[in-house]
Design a protein around this ligand. Structure first.
Ligand SMILES: Cc1ncc(C[n+]2csc(CCOP(=O)(O)OP(=O)(O)O)c2C)c(N)n1
Ligand SMILES: [Mg+2]
Length: 325
């Protein structure tokens, strides 16, 4: 393995963990409004898959998307400012935590509706096909989205038309407080793809290198013209579903077993043992990540509120409503 890639993985995951922990603090201090869904425990999925993608590829993802945005190259300052609802946020303060967007980085957004990412990704992939572009769409979704109609409709159409999409399931086994076995006849998400003739694979989503290798394989498959691919990454979130959820439905034993497989700690240990990244280098990367988040917080705090909230809002003239009940 290349040493620079191992360092990139370590930095990305350290930044992800630090960013989310500090965002949680800001939420409790009232700096962030609305819902806040955090990613600790799942870092290897976004980092491994997005580091395997090309800059030209498109990304469509869910409301648990801060880390995807960071790995894609949106600055921590622009992401934190968006969480704060400020003018310098990547969505100019309009979107907040669940609606990060950056066209330059082909980051087509976080989406708050479960199952919403599928048709958006299919549309983008269809556009790529029409324009004979070589790029691929990475479409993220949670295990809670696989019983939505949009999942099945989209798998059918992207398979039928052979569209360039890698579907990436972040299977953390929970949909808010409901465990997947309680609502899904087939809980192994990758098995569902065969119903549409889509190749699929399950991968250990706590292992960044495994996710990276599997995504590279999936992207080659798609770029070689073999149609879509579905990757199921088995992972776990350490916090509740959102800041509003203490996560009391999970046993302490279950959480501690999964904490023992912490993707950040396990990869750091492996990188050290393999001679890819020494302990002091890893400490340095963690320190850099802390400074980046310090700067992001200062930037977000200093950023003004949006001044043009009505700029993109279309309303009918108010007199049309006069006289209505
Ligand atoms: C169509 C729709 N139904 C219900 C909700 C409420 N809701 C928000 S998150 C969520 C659970 C989704 O779980 P999953 O897809 O596994 O994603 P995770 O939060 O685990 O990352 C639900 C039901 C929603 N946002 N959209
Ligand atoms: Mg889930």
């Amino acid at each position: 393995m290349r040493r620079d890639l191992a360092k990139t993985f370590l930095y990305d995951m350290a930044l992800a963990r630090e960013f989310e922990q500090r965002a949680a603090e800001q939420y409790t201090e009232g700096k962030i409004a609305g819902f806040l869904h955090l990613y600790p425990g799942e870092e290897a999925v976004a980092v491994g898959s997005l580091r395997a993608a090309d800059p030209g590829d498109y990304v469509v993802t869910t409301y648990r998307e801060h880390v995807h945005a960071l790995v894609r190259g949106i600055t921590p300052a622009a992401v934190m400012a968006e969480l704060f609802g400020r003018a310098d946020g990547c969505s100019r303060g309009y979107g907040g935590s669940m609606h990060l967007f950056d066209m330059d980085r082909r980051f087509l957004g976080g989406y708050a509706i479960v199952g919403e990412t599928f048709p958006v990704a299919a549309g983008a992939a269809y556009w790529l096909r029409l324009n004979s572009e070589p790029d691929v769409v990475l479409c993220y979704f949670g295990d809670g989205a696989v019983n939505q109609g949009t999942f099945h409709e989209t798998l059918n159409m992207v398979a039928l038309w052979g569209l360039p999409v890698v579907l990436i399931c972040e299977n953390n086994h929970y949909q808010i407080g409901t465990e997947i076995h309680r609502h899904s006849a087939i809980a192994e998400v990758h098995k569902r793809a065969c119903g549409y003739g889509i190749e699929a694979e399950r991968v250990d989503g706590m292992d960044v290198l495994a996710v990276y290798d599997a995504t590279r394989h999936a992207l080659h498959h798609v770029r070689d013209g073999n149609g879509p691919y579905l990757l199921e990454c088995e992972t776990y979130r350490y916090r509740g579903h959102s800041m509003a959820d203490p996560g009391a439905y999970r046993s302490a034993l279950e959480v501690s077993e999964l904490r023992a497989r912490d993707p950040l700690r396990t990869f750091r240990k492996r990188a050290n043992e393999e001679g890819w990244v020494a302990e002091d280098e890893a400490d340095g990367l963690a320190e850099q990540a802390r400074s980046a988040v310090d700067e992001a917080l200062a930037f977000a705090d200093a950023s003004p509120p949006p001044t043009e909230l009505h700029a993109d809002v279309y309303v009918e003239p108010i007199h049309l409503y006069r006289g209505r009940p």
